[in-house]
Design a protein around this ligand. Structure first.
Ligand SMILES: *[C@@H]1O[C@H](CO)[C@@H](O)[C@H](O)[C@H]1NC(C)=O
Ligand SMILES: *[C@@H]1O[C@H](CO)[C@@H](O)[C@H](O)[C@H]1NC(C)=O
Ligand SMILES: *[C@@H]1O[C@H](CO)[C@@H](O)[C@H](O)[C@H]1NC(C)=O
Length: 366
């Protein structure tokens, strides 16, 4: 089954609000100002990468405080071609990212990314895009234990990163640190936002010293461990229940950022010898990834389809396949740690496209 069919199936069944389906671009007031995205039936997530000399969308050397993990040029990446690709949906063109327009549309609003370091990657891309597309804007930064916020003061827009590796809670108890699959306590802070973009996946298979919990609590029982995909599914279900009971859809628009793929297994992209992304300098041609979609992406779609109430639409930013094609987009060894990283993404780079897609989704829905 193609990805496009899948997305449409998922969202048709969770929502009667056909007009704001991500897979159907319909004529809305917003779209009239962007005639190129008016075509009906265009799946934004089905397409290919094309070389575009006008890219990247921002200059990383002018974006302050890009995390050391993502600043590939600063840490010596010699090939620059990876910066030059634009996502081209099959049925329509994406509008070019317009930071001023973006900020005007979300004037006075709070945008919050909630998730792991991939969310941070996504957040930093948006901050860089907005900062550089709106010259002279007055920007302030506030950091606390779990959040980093950038405020675009002239527009009253805040863009926050809320770090939550699992979305559900980890609590210190007598037995040790417990990952509580049935509990979300951070939600009070999330509810204040007008646009929420969630993500969790990266940490679900952590084990050994890097695993930040000792036990899992599931249905009131404490266990040492369990099937990790089941645990992920359970936590997403808890998150879906949180959305159903706590989100006010007339205030808050909710997105789920699809699974961001890693590239450590060349068999998936027809280079059986490759054990990482270190020699990758170009995307895969075409629209399909030989390795197929990861199981986790299926789990996400299943939860959005089955567990989200129709009155609480959650829009999937279905970035998995388009990012799978970008085996060239990771930092590889060009980061401050010189470790091989084929999980995160260089900035500028692939997450800029995720934000272009977020921008289009906001154009459609507001
Ligand atoms: C930026 O913000 C500062 C402090 O809030 C203010 O003094 C200054 O006038 C602002 N500048 C612009 C260009 O809005
Ligand atoms: C930050 O974390 C510390 C230690 O966990 C805690 O005592 C403090 O209240 C937290 N601050 C905020 C603003 O949440
Ligand atoms: C790499 O991917 C292939 C195809 O998906 C799979 O059969 C194989 O087990 C994977 N290898 C490793 C080491 O994960």
């Amino acid at each position: 089954m193609s990805t496009s069919n899948h997305v449409c199936l998922v969202l048709v069944s969770v929502s009667s609000m056909l007009l704001i389906l991500p897979c159907l671009i319909s004529a809305s007031i917003a779209a009239q100002t962007h005639p190129r995205i008016k075509q009906k039936g265009c799946n934004l997530y089905q397409g290919k990468w094309v070389y575009d000399e006008s890219y990247p969308l921002f200059d990383s050397s002018k974006c302050p405080s890009i995390r050391k993990e993502f600043d590939c040029l600063k840490y010596g990446r010699p090939d620059h071609q990876y910066l030059k690709y634009r996502w081209q949906p099959d049925g329509c063109d994406l509008p070019r990212f317009d930071g001023g327009d973006f900020l005007r549309r979300v004037k006075g609003k709070k945008i919050m990314f909630v998730g792991d370091s991939v969310s941070s990657n996504h957040w930093q891309s948006l901050v860089c895009l907005l900062s550089q597309h709106v010259p002279g804007s007055n920007i302030s930064r506030v950091t606390s234990n779990t959040t980093s916020t950038v405020v675009f003061q002239n527009y009253g827009v805040s863009v926050t990163m809320f770090l939550s590796h699992y979305l559900v809670d980890i609590e210190q108890e007598q037995v040790g640190r417990v990952l509580k699959l049935d509990s979300i306590k951070d939600g009070e802070a999330w509810k204040q936002a007008d646009v929420l973009i969630f993500n969790t996946w990266l940490w679900w298979y952590r084990s050994g010293p890097k695993q930040p919990w000792d036990y899992i609590e599931n249905d009131g029982k404490i266990v040492k461990d369990m099937d990790r995909m089941d645990a992920f599914h359970k936590a997403l279900t808890t998150w879906a229940n949180w959305v159903n009971s706590e989100v006010n859809p007339s205030k808050t628009k909710v997105f789920f950022q699809g699974i961001s793929p890693s590239h450590y297994n060349g068999t998936e992209w027809n280079e059986p010898g490759a054990k990482d992304c270190s020699r990758e300098t170009a995307p895969l041609d075409g629209s399909t990834y030989p390795g197929g979609e990861p199981l986790a992406a299926e789990v996400v779609k299943q939860v959005l389809r089955s567990n989200i109430s129709p009155s609480k639409p959650v829009h999937l930013l279905d970035i998995t396949t388009l990012s799978q094609l970008r085996k060239d987009g990771h930092p590889s060894k060009y980061n401050a740690f010189a470790g091989m990283d084929c999980t995160h993404w260089c900035l500028a780079g692939v997450p800029d496209t995720w934000n272009q897609l977020l921008y289009v989704e906001l154009l459609q829905g507001r």
